[in-house]
Write a protein that binds this ligand. Structure first.
Ligand code: ADP
Ligand code: ZN
Ligand code: ZN
Length: 723
């Protein structure tokens, strides 16, 4: 078969379809090859896509400029990109852009970083310098341009000349000397009976080389990590690769230690802030199979594994898996999909699984492996509620007498206490006592949050910040501004005031410095060098603090009142996870929930330790409301610099919505955050039966509706996390 004279190339731009390019003579390309293709007046990196071009006029086609990487984008990855684009109603090119970041070739600038090798043909003009270069390169091995120039004692321009001449060609550099590989044959810890049977089931799935999803549903401290590390070992023993996904990669220091305890080396780590050089090495390592295991954030989904044999999604319920800008996708769901395309099993692990995953297990689509008890005979914390209506603190304080008393007992016993409040900063709202003015962000419909450590006001939505004013910006009164409500910094102040001798640490993303500082802080807590930890959401994630025996939830009601149908689930997950930090060491733990609604079903389930009861109740409520996973939802967010523009386009969209059975469009109404970063936001909701194909509906709707003009934008969020 003669090579095609034209191919379809998908480019990482906001285009849904591939473009047709001519293949210059002498260039051989196949689907999946990463190529250089001219677009307008620039050169883009693109991928040869599947399918033959439609009729074309060869004379009018632009020509491909070359092949960038020998490691192509494999067929399962191409189908993965197609599928995500379809599902999220995003242009395929935009999804490709994310995937190329995984390949590590997302910019043409990546091309010159490639090496060169001898082409096996003499240069047109054999100068002594040129011959010296070809002499060095005669072994045919790829070298970096600068290395070759240095070895031959010439300048890089000589190398470029030979490249232009065709005596040298671009070639991918070999991976750097390989790091020691994880050893799956090292003995792991002795598993409990429950752990062992779960581990065996997982290993069997892994060895079957077949797509299958298992929900590893085990209470906090049940030893889920050791169980899925056995499955990783099984994949590595079978010569396949494993991807372990974690929601907040900066927080997984303790996980790295456990991985190295099990396999003898640390795993490769992949997330947004890994440096360019390390990214290249990981990309090459996973593509060659040299790197068998990677721990990654969301974007690790797009790594070009040669033979992916297992995906683990740890803390699968975590909202951090949802990417909230650009292509809106849930990495947990996409991991399941990638597993399907790769014929690899997927393990979803959590102490508080999403209702979606629980229901999938009930329907028999996922296997469910339950670990109902803590490892080593440890007990789950004893949870009780403190009714803030009758037993609350004095005015101006936030910690109730009972909680303070429990803290005193804990500290006296030499143990640690954790105070949890899901609110950063000192106070969520600052208002003027004289005129009632509230300090608001100029760009968002949100209050400015006082951060006293930094002596600034900060908007948590757009980052807008300014000094805390001395006088009211509205009426000019001085000393009239008061902080309303608590944030973690204020709770810290109260803890310090009540326990002057105690060592208090605040764990909040804006107080802790970089990942290093955080690691140091977590280590200090683990070693028992801190008495009271005050923390936000950040403390809920998988930490093991052996001396922690008391958890105080400052405001258990923080989300219960929200109009969001997932509010109960989120509250349950967060509080169960935070409470689950207590009593993981020698001594049993307890958790105290400060609440104004002790009779709320979520609070009652937490106090009774009745997680099955909670899931049963929540299932019933969602079923009745036809909310996910018993119905489908999508949101269309229309945004514009003015409310009028956003509103007008949202109305035009609503008018253009086609009629369809089992599906209705609600709105437009103001989005929950009506203004963000200076853009006004209106929202349309699609509510549908489970059988409906919502992405297809939205696609056809947008296809027939008027296009947004000027600064108006429409974002599609299939299965929004909160609404
Ligand atoms: P989970 O992830 O379910 O919350 P972990 O995997 O963190 O639980 O386990 C809880 C604690 O028990 C950890 O300190 C862990 O090291 C320990 N542990 C779990 N399984 C074993 C085992 N088989 N042998 C020894 N220690 C274990
Ligand atoms: Zn703002
Ligand atoms: Zn005022």
């Amino acid at each position: 078969m003669s090579p095609p004279s034209a191919v379809e190339v998908l480019l990482p731009v906001a285009l849904d379809r591939a473009l047709t390019y001519a293949v210059p003579e002498g260039l051989v390309v196949a689907p999946g090859d990463v190529v250089l293709a001219p677009l307008g007046n620039r050169i883009e990196i693109g991928v040869v896509w599947d399918g033959a071009p439609a009729a074309f006029d060869p004379a009018r086609l632009k020509r491909l400029q070359g092949v960038v990487a020998a490691a192509p984008m494999r067929e399962p990855m191409r189908r993965f990109v197609d599928w995500i684009a379809d599902y999220t109603v995003s242009p395929r090119g935009q999804v490709l852009r994310m995937a190329l970041r995984g390949l590590g070739v997302d910019a043409p600038a990546a091309a010159p970083k490639m090496g060169v090798r001898a082409a096996g043909r003499p240069p047109a003009r054999p100068t002594p310098a040129r011959l010296r270069v070809l002499d060095v390169a005669a072994d045919g091995a790829p070298r970096a341009k600068s290395a070759l120039a240095e070895e031959a004692g010439v300048s890089v321009s000589v190398i470029d000349g030979l490249l232009a001449d065709g005596a040298l060609v671009a070639a991918e550099l070999p991976p750097p000397p390989s790091a020691p590989r994880p050893d799956p044959y090292r003995p792991g810890p002795k598993l409990s009976t429950g752990q062992a049977s779960a581990a065996e089931a997982l290993a069997a799935l892994t060895l079957a080389r077949r797509f299958h999803v298992a929900l590893l549903d085990g209470v906090t401290g049940s030893g889920k990590t050791e169980v899925y590390l056995e499955a990783v070992a099984a994949a590595l023993k079978a010569g396949r690769q494993a991807l372990v996904m974690a929601p907040e990669i900066a927080l997984t220091g303790a996980f790295m230690d456990r991985f190295s305890a099990r396999f003898g080396v640390r795993p490769a780590v992949w997330h947004a802030s890994v440096g360019e050089k390390a990214r290249g090495a990981i990309r090459r390592g996973v593509a060659s199979g040299e790197i068998p295991a990677v721990v990654a954030a969301r974007s690790g989904l797009f790594l070009p594994f040669a033979d992916l044999g297992l995906i683990v999604v740890d803390e699968e319920h975590d909202a951090a898996y949802k990417q909230e800008d650009g292509v809106l996708y849930n990495a947990r769901d996409m991991a399941v999909l990638r597993g399907r395309f790769e014929q690899a099993p997927v393990i979803l692990a959590s102490a508080t699984p999403s209702l979606e995953s629980r229901v999938n297990a009930e329907r028999g689509r996922y296997a469910r492996l339950a670990l109902p008890d803590r490892f080593g005979g440890r007990t789950l914390p004893d949870v009780s509620a403190i009714d803030m209506r009758s037993a609350g603190p004095d005015r101006g304080d936030w910690l109730s007498p009972r909680l303070v008393h429990a803290m005193a007992e804990t500290l006296r016993a030499g143990d640690q206490a954790l105070l949890f409040l899901n609110r950063r900063g000192y106070a969520p709202l600052t208002l003027c006592r004289k005129c009632g003015h509230r300090l608001k962000c100029p760009n968002c419909s949100a209050w400015m949050v006082e951060h006293r450590f930094r002596a600034r006001l900060v908007c948590h939505h757009c980052g807008h910040t300014g000094p805390t004013p001395d006088s009211c910006p509205s009426c000019g009164a001085s000393d009239s501004l008061v902080a309303c409500g608590p944030g973690v910094e204020r709770i810290r102040d109260e803890a310090v005031a009540r326990f002057p001798g105690a060592r208090v640490s605040v764990l909040s993303s804006d107080v802790v410095g970089g990942p290093e500082a955080l690691r140091a802080e977590l280590d200090a807590i683990e070693r028992g060098e801190v008495d009271i930890v005050v923390g936000t959401q950040m403390v809920t994630k998988g930490h093991n603090f052996p001396k922690l025996t008391l958890v105080g939830i400052v405001d258990a009601d923080f989300a219960l009142g929200a109009a969001d149908p997932r509010a109960a689930e989120r509250t349950f997950q967060t509080l169960e996870q935070v409470a689950g930090r207590a009593g993981r060491g020698e001594r049993p733990g307890r958790a105290l929930l400060q609440t104004h609604e002790p009779e709320h079903p979520v609070i009652r389930a937490l106090v009774a330790g009745d997680r099955e009861g909670f899931y049963a109740l929540e299932t019933k409520a969602r079923k009745a409301a036809r909310m996910p996973p018993f119905g489908r939802l999508a949101a269309l967010i229309v945004s514009a610099p003015t409310r009028e523009e956003a509103d007008a386009h949202a109305r035009a969209l609503a008018r253009a919505a086609p009629k369809a059975d089992g599906l209705r469009v609600l709105g437009p109404a103001e989005a929950p955050l009506a203004m963000v970063r200076g853009r006004h936001r209106m929202r349309l909701l699609v509510q549908a039966d489970r059988a409906a194909d919502v992405p297809a509906y939205v696609r056809s709707w947008l296809g027939a509706a008027p296009r947004p003009k000027g600064q108006v934008r429409v974002a599609v969020d299939i299965d929004p996390q909160s609404f």
